[in-house]
Design a protein around this ligand. Sequence first.
Ligand SMILES: [Zn+2]
Length: 261
Amino acid sequence: MTSPGSYNAAIYAAGGALTAVDAVMNRQVNSAFALVRPPGHHATCWQAMGFCLFNNIAIAAKYAMANFDIQRIFIVDFDVHHGNGTQDTFYADPQVLYFSTHEYPFYPGTGSIDETGARDGEGFTVNVPLLAGWGDNEYQAVFEDVLAPVAERFEPQLIMVSAGYDAHWADSLASMQLSVSGFARLVEIIKTLADMLCQGRMVFTLEGGYNLEALSLSIAATLDILRGNRQISDPLGKQESRTKPVNFDNFIKMVKDMHEL
Ligand SMILES: [Zn+2]
């Protein structure tokens, strides 16, 4: 999936994420969204993978710690795929907490609940693998009941988001049922935490999202929430509502127990 222009595009994508970090850390803006492609979260330190050449968010997190007085970064990854490259980069690093929701089992195969970090980084990786078909209600419950207490305990100085929109119900690459309003709700939860914990400092970078209508509407909704506008537009609507999956409460409890929440 590369072409002669891919290398330059990838360099600019990583650079865009660094520019977003600069803008937020220098207080030019509270939050920034690097609308870049190619995405980054599958790329490891050594290898391009899954449409990703360089790991934009991992490079930007390292850049933030090297250039600003930052010791704790919370990375949220709601792309439908597990961000194996980001996890790998910080697996033994207690300064970066990596939190991922993703369809599971699914590409790239990593992201099981018991991947929680190594050595000094033990406990600083939180994976919430979701079953195909889950949607707005389940994601919201995960963000409120797991992500929020994890973030509060970690007390980040900066929140970074691998914003992929391929968990939208209309995206044919995966099988989750999030709607545009569902994404907006997740962003709202993240923003509330950022306002409470780190003066609203947030850096978003674009990851996946392959239905262009769902992608553009979801990005617009994200920007609306970041600007404090709760009136978002969701003409695609919600997927037919599904009943709460059996054992969902047990699943949440299992994840919380795993991380002593
Ligand atoms: Zn993805």
